[in-house]
Ligand binder design. Structure first.
Ligand SMILES: *[C@@H]1O[C@H](CO)[C@@H](O)[C@H](O)[C@H]1NC(C)=O
Length: 317
């Protein structure tokens, strides 16, 4: 009788019924979690493999599953259409001097891509008026904190009422402007009640600011590792809601800030984070929590986990 009861409790715990989110249990590395749930991209077919910019540009117009083999140099900005997956082959595939524009589309997956250095003034990944976007296991960078901060734009920006986005297991590094969610204090009409983004198991290293910067929207940031941010980290503004949990910050100025550079403050909910030489400035505390279940890794473990399990060459195609 007693044994049976114990088994029942254990089963309930395993299924997450008693305690959500589950803690002290490694999060799966190959699963879509969060606001982009249901994103299928180009589906499950073998798709087409491209090894040149012209082949990539042509394939991108058709959508479906597109695999990039090798680093394609100088492709410029590739425009994507609905129902597309762009997957890197092996551990060293992607773009240099190129980027992706995801504009007025839905259902796009980008995985295992090494994207280094956008064209001048451009984003590496630019999401506008688009929904259901999953960016996973990519490596996003430029040349570091050299030159002017506007020589390139963001590593991954989402604007103009975009929504249902998950950004997981990526390495963001060596760049000025990380990830801008909502581009203007004056865009409430289009952005309020949109711009829901999940960031988990990402590594941010040597990026100056916007990790992310969120206006109006909601960002759930968990089990991530931040290192060496010289200006600001998570910037919640214009009534945005952020929940930051089980995340480690080392040498990040204003690791979480709610009153920087906008007309109105944002809200931040700060839970189980580790701050090492990383001050915060939270002027408005939020109570937002996301509507889905998820598995946390603890802040003390997460930097070693993402060091080996985020970025390219982990999930391969
Ligand atoms: C994308 O996929 C959905 C679901 O299968 C389908 O309804 C829609 O027509 C597709 N869009 C395009 C542009 O093919």
């Amino acid at each position: 009788m007693r044994l049976l009861t114990l088994t029942t409790i254990l089963l309930a715990f395993e299924s997450g019924a008693l305690c959500e989110p589950l803690k002290a249990r490694a999060a799966p590395i190959d699963q879509l979690v969060g606001y982009a749930a249901g994103t299928t991209g180009g589906g499950t077919g073998a798709g087409t493999t491209v090894t040149s910019c012209s082949a990539l540009t042509a394939a991108a117009k058709m959508g479906g599953v597109i695999k990039i083999s090798g680093i394609l140099n100088g492709c410029g900005i590739i425009e994507l259409v609905d129902n597309t997956s762009i997957l890197g082959v092996g551990a060293n595939s992607g773009l240099s001097d190129g980027g992706f524009q995801i504009r007025r589309v839905s259902n796009v997956i980008l995985r295992n891509l090494k994207l280094a250095t956008a064209p001048s003034k451009k984003d590496l990944i630019d999401i506008d008026k688009s929904t259901k976007i999953w960016v996973d296991h990519c490596d996003l960078s430029s040349k570091g904190l050299v030159g002017g901060k506007d020589d390139y734009d963001g590593l991954l920006d989402a604007k103009h009422g975009s929504d249902q986005i998950t950004v997981s297991w990526n390495k963001f590094h060596d760049h000025w402007k990380g990830s801008l969610i909502g581009h203007s204090d004056n865009n409430a009409g289009e952005d309020r009640s949109k711009l829901h983004v999940t960031y988990h198991h990402n590594e941010f290293r040597n990026v100056n600011s916007r990790l992310p910067s969120v206006r109006f929207g909601s960002a759930h940031i968990y089990s991530s590792c931040y290192m060496d941010g010289p200006t600001s980290g998570i910037n919640s503004r214009m009534g945005a809601q952020v929940l930051v949990e089980d995340t480690s910050f080392t040498n990040v100025q204003l690791a979480i800030v709610t009153n920087l550079d906008s007309d109105e403050e944002g809200f931040a909910n700060n839970r189980n984070n580790l701050f090492t030489n990383s001050p915060t400035r939270i002027t408005k505390t939020g109570s937002y929590s996301p509507p889905y279940s998820y598995s946390l890794d603890s802040a003390s473990d997460v930097c070693s986990i993402v060091s080996s399990k985020a970025g390219v060459g982990v999930v391969t195609f």
